[in-house]
Design a binder for this molecule. Structure first.
Ligand SMILES: Nc1ncnc2c1ncn2[C@@H]1O[C@H](COP(=O)(O)OP(=O)(O)O)[C@@H](O)[C@H]1O
Ligand SMILES: [Mg+2]
Ligand SMILES: [Zn+2]
Length: 548
């Protein structure tokens, strides 16, 4: 017997076996039941999620001996032929290889003739967006006045490329990617019936790597069988899928927890040396940390994390080592890296820089701890425990019960700017006062921006230009802020708070202690790639290179 690949062998034969597309199959079944079948449909969605399959089942349901029926019988001649692709009334055209006017003309000639066996002639045009303009125009004429027996199903992965004149004549269905659980569910069915032995983790590895496409998952399983035989282990699944195994993700996280920069760079090197796909690795890291965040934040992580229970337990353990804020920071860095590895010439550098950032995150003094401190000060001030230096304010704080206002400190501790802003004027001192409010304002708008601004300090004010100082080790922060969008956001927030137009300028000043950072070493090691490093670093921080 000849071998049939899983994807074909396991193609669903009725609507109920099409997973994850109930919104489509239910509507189609109802249309048949209510005798309200449209003349043209468009099935849009990614590859391998059931568009062609559903189109064929729909054709079967329409032309079945007992049909039009909500479920085709699957056993009559018509059903069998359609399922084998030999039925003369169901015409499949691949738009990608038959792009031209001739095919559409042939279709228009052919469509006039009544169906040979069934009640309908069903034209399934795959990748319809590939047709030429001329072909579309010819098709449009047919769509304007289709014979009663004709039904069109256009499938496309790129619906936005289909002319609106066509779209507007079709009923549209958007097919979704399948969830990891839907995919593992079907894989388990196949495994059982094919009498395979497979580690649970391997199933999840395949399902995740398939990125929502059932066909890809089935093809990977096929490959694994020819690679391992009937006994499939997690390691082989990882190898075939090109993804990085869970152990590596947990290990990476462990190094982030321990702030082990050297170790994490070694791990990254191992991943790359093992030929893993870097963008995919970064994606896996993003998903992993997202899962950790969920394991921390949700009381029902099983519903939200596509992983076996045992693994969710391990995530929860790792989650204990992070604060929510740190996790958000980690995700910000990784998502920045996700972007930049796709664009960078040398993909490993943005990944390495992200890894360094994650293991040296203490350099960013915790923003919440600062905000907490401010809040405490505010409370202290509000309750009268400390007294702000008297200003030309129309209204004073409640003055009773004040003991020795600490003169010098008072100025710095006076943070409640919400009141009487205008009366207080515009000065460098004023800016220092409102600085925490600025941070808070920006934090509420764009978290990453606040993280970059946070290590900066107001240095001087001249002609309405405020200079913000950064220590050398925060050069990346400074440069990320220098991009025009970020700069404008800070300027407008600050101007708003001060009710006075301010522009900003950023400057690096010598740090108190100049320690050699890992970034510096990396820069030295890769002189030839310096430009790339800076660019990737900026990308990690959400900035762009300023054109100078
Ligand atoms: N929603 C689904 N439910 C079950 N199996 C599916 C689904 N989508 C795809 N498959 C599997 O993948 C194969 C290819 O699906 P197909 O319908 O040709 O995808 P598309 O046309 O969207 O690219 C099918 O033969 C089937 O084995
Ligand atoms: Mg298809
Ligand atoms: Zn039938």
């Amino acid at each position: 017997m000849s071998y049939i690949v899983f994807a074909r062998k396991w193609r669903p034969k009725d609507f109920d076996s099409v997973l994850g597309q109930e919104h489509v199959t239910t509507t189609l079944k109802n249309a048949i039941a209510q005798n309200r079948v449209a003349h043209a449909y468009i099935f849009s969605g990614p590859r391998g999620v059931g568009k062609t399959t559903t189109a064929r089942i729909f054709a079967m349901a329409l032309n079945c001996k007992v049909g039009p029926a909500k479920e085709p019988c699957g056993t009559c001649d018509s059903c069998k032929e359609i399922s084998n692709g030999t039925n003369l009334d169901v015409i499949e055209i691949d738009g990608a290889s038959n792009r031209g006017i001739d095919e559409v003309r042939a279709l228009r000639e052919n469509i006039k003739f009544a169906p040979t066996r069934g009640k309908y002639k069903v034209y399934i045009i795959d990748e319809v967006h590939m047709l030429t303009e001329e072909a579309f125009n010819a098709l449009l004429k047919t769509l304007e006045e289709p014979p009663a027996h004709a039904i069109f199903i256009f499938a496309t992965t790129r619906p936005y490329k289909v002319p609106s004149t066509i779209l507007s004549r079709c009923q549209r269905f958007d097919f979704k990617r399948l969830t990891v659980n839907e995919i593992t569910g079907k894989l388990k069915e196949i495994v059982k019936s094919e009498k395979l032995e497979i580690e649970e983790e391997a199933l999840y590895t395949i399902a995740r790597a398939a990125e929502g496409a059932m066909r890809d998952a089935e093809s990977m399983l096929d490959q694994l069988v020819s690679f391992c035989g009937k006994k499939i282990d997690a390691e082989s699944a990882t190898a075939i899928s090109g993804t990085v195994g869970h152990e590596v993700l947990f290990d990476f996280t462990e190094k982030v927890i321990n702030k082990d920069t050297a170790g994490i760079l070694k791990l990254v090197d191992g991943v790359i040396a093992g030929g893993k796909d870097i963008p995919q690795f970064v994606n896996s890291l993003v998903v992993h940390f997202r899962n950790i965040l969920i394991a921390r934040a949700s009381d029902e992580p099983e519903a939200l994390i596509d992983l076996p229970k045992e693994m969710i337990g391990r995530l929860a353990v790792q989650a204990k080592s992070f604060s929510n804020e740190t996790l958000l920071y980690i995700l910000t860095v990784l998502m920045g890296a996700q972007d930049s590895v796709r664009r960078a010439i040398s993909q490993r550098i943005p990944l390495e820089l992200a890894a360094i950032r994650l293991t040296r995150r203490d350099d960013l003094v915790s923003l919440t701890s600062i905000l907490d401190r401010i809040e405490q000060l505010e409370k202290k001030l509000g309750s009268g425990a400390g007294k702000p230096e008297p200003k030309a304010a129309p209204q004073q704080h409640k003055d009773e019960n004040i003991s020795e206002p600490p003169k010098a400190a008072a100025k710095k501790e006076h943070f409640d700017v919400e009141v009487e802003v205008e009366a207080k004027g515009f000065s460098f001192e004023r800016i220092c006062e409102v600085w925490p409010n600025l941070l808070r304002e920006i934090l509420s708008k764009k978290m990453s921006l606040a993280l970059f601004l946070q290590p900066g300090q107001p240095l001087k004010l001249q002609d309405s230009v405020l200079t913000i100082a950064f220590s050398r080790e925060h050069t990346f922060h400074k440069e990320a802020l220098e991009t025009s969008g970020n700069r404008k956001m800070i300027e407008s927030a600050l101007s708003n708070i001060l009710k006075h137009d301010v522009r900003i300028d950023m400057k690096v000043v010598e740090a108190l202690e100049k320690k050699v950072s890992v970034e510096d070493l990396l820069l030295e090691e890769r002189q030839e790639e310096t430009h790339e490093v800076v660019k990737s670093a900026l990308e990690i921080f959400g900035g762009n290179l300023k054109s100078r």
